[in-house]
Design a protein around this ligand. Structure first.
Ligand code: HEC
Length: 109
């Protein structure tokens, strides 16, 4: 029994010793997509969304009503655990509603 304990410890020590040699260094491509202009206050808060995924997750959505964005932000927080302060949520929804879809040209309003 004691042998297995010692052998186990030795194995763990060996694994720890070689671990740094196995560390891979990866270089991610620079992020090029940016948040669209929109309700100024919420733009900064929406940058919090980019800690997990790129802005493409927003810009590839079809034009959606405000309720969709409200539900999306809730899902990110409740289901995926996005650490976004509660007081920032209305600002983010406001921003998303103003910028995704982008503002319509003045002539079509
Ligand atoms: C904790 C990490 C995390 C944060 C922070 C986060 N998301 Fe996400 N998001 C995810 C995951 C995981 C998915 C699902 C990815 C997949 O299915 O490929 C996702 C998917 C999405 C999608 C695609 C549609 C869907 O529902 O799958 C949208 C839109 C989106 N996120 C918007 C946001 C917005 C807006 C914020 C900021 C309020 C945000 N995300 C912050 C993790 C996060």
């Amino acid at each position: 029994m004691r042998f297995f304990l010692y052998a186990g410890c030795a194995l763990i020590a060996q694994l720890l010793a070689v671990a740094p040699a196995l560390a891979l260094e990866i270089q991610l491509p620079a992020e090029t997509a940016m948040l669209r202009p929109g309700a100024a206050k919420g733009t900064e808060a929406t940058a919090l969304c980019m800690m997990c995924h790129s802005v493409d997750y927003l810009s590839t959505q079809p034009p959606m009503p405000r309720g969709f964005w409200q539900a999306e932000v809730s899902k990110m927080v409740r289901t995926y655990g996005a650490p976004i302060p509660a007081d920032q949520i209305p600002l983010i929804v406001e921003y998303l509603d103003s910028a995704y879809p982008p503002a319509r040209p003045a002539a079509s309003r």
